[in-house]
Ligand binder design. Structure first.
Ligand code: AKG
Length: 288
């Protein structure tokens, strides 16, 4: 039997924690076989590694080297693309995304992986909370439902031990009404409000882009390998990359559920994935 955590709905404890913190950790989201296939695919594609020059961290977040960045995995040569395609609509995440984004959510960014060796720099805290209404990265609770702009699903392909570094978040900041002061964003002041999230390989952290977050310099002995899938509600698109108005030829290899996730933003007649992870329905109109 698979050890993957499959949930048919987001439970009351998880809803409380996500609403409170702006993020949620799902333990053992990936099965050992899925984890092995993803790591083998990455090992076989080391030549695809680029350096992430965007972070330019200094002070407490500086480091001796840049983060490694991989993308384009959905169209890597077979068989290496397959484990990444299998995660497009992973059964574990469906009930969470249905709850946080409303049914009809879509992949937003092209999936990517950050890697770090010991000494790799971090990234300033960012994510604006409720300072201004930003329709692409917001948090709202209304009429019994949570709704978010951009949602990050970050799978760990290797362990993240306490003190290793990597993802940091300010719990509750998705609802903050004031801009994060510069010295906190730089991780120079009030470090106790910032939470590092230790995880085992196979764990998943789901967080709202509006939750203030960044990267601690990597101090782990092992390599950091964090795999990101970012999703948005059916009516918006945050970035370029995977947004195609007509699905490309390679998507004919995908399941109906996986293709539904790659649909461009629109509302009417949209394929909606049920929590069971298998059923796609397409109501004429969807008012959810
Ligand atoms: O390192 C992380 O997990 C956070 C990365 C991040 O927020 C970013 O690259 O924008």
């Amino acid at each position: 039997m698979s050890e993957t955590s499959v949930h048919v709905s987001m439970n009351a404890r998880e809803k409380y924690l996500f609403d409170l913190q702006g993020f949620l950790v799902i333990r053992a989201a990936l099965s050992p076989l899925e984890l092995k296939a993803l790591n083998e695919a990455l090992d076989a594609n080391h030549h695809q590694r680029q350096e992430d020059t965007a972070s330019a961290a200094d002070g407490n977040l500086s480091g001796a080297s840049l983060r490694g960045l991989y993308n384009g995995m959905l169209t890597w040569d077979k068989p290496w693309c397959q484990p990444f395609r299998d995660l497009l609509a992973h059964r574990t995440i469906i009930p969470y995304l249905n709850t946080l984004l409303g049914r009809g959510w879509k992949l937003d960014h092209d999936p990517f992986i950050f890697t770090s060796a010991i000494g790799t720099e971090g990234l300033r805290l960012h994510g604006a909370g409720s300072v201004t209404f930003n329709g692409s990265r917001f948090y709202k609770y209304q009429n019994g439902h949570m709704r978010c702009g951009l949602i990050n699903c970050q799978y760990q392909l290797t362990d993240v031990n306490p003190g290793d570094g990597g993802l940091m978040l300010i719990p509750g900041s998705h609802k903050s009404n004031y801009a994060c002061p510069d010295e906190i964003c730089a991780f120079d002041a009030d470090q106790e409000v910032v939470q590092h999230v230790p995880m085992r390989a196979g764990d998943l952290v789901i967080f709202n882009e509006a939750t203030t977050h960044g990267t601690l310099p990597w101090k782990g002995v092992g390599e950091r390998r964090s795999l990101f899938y970012r999703y948005s509600p059916k009516y918006l698109h945050y970035t370029g990359g995977v947004y195609e108005t007509i699905l490309p030829d390679w998507t004919s290899d995908l399941t109906e559920v996986q293709r539904a996730v790659l649909e461009p933003p629109y509302v009417y007649h949209r394929p909606l994935i049920e929590n069971d992870g298998d059923t796609v329905v397409s109501p004429r109109r969807e008012g959810e």
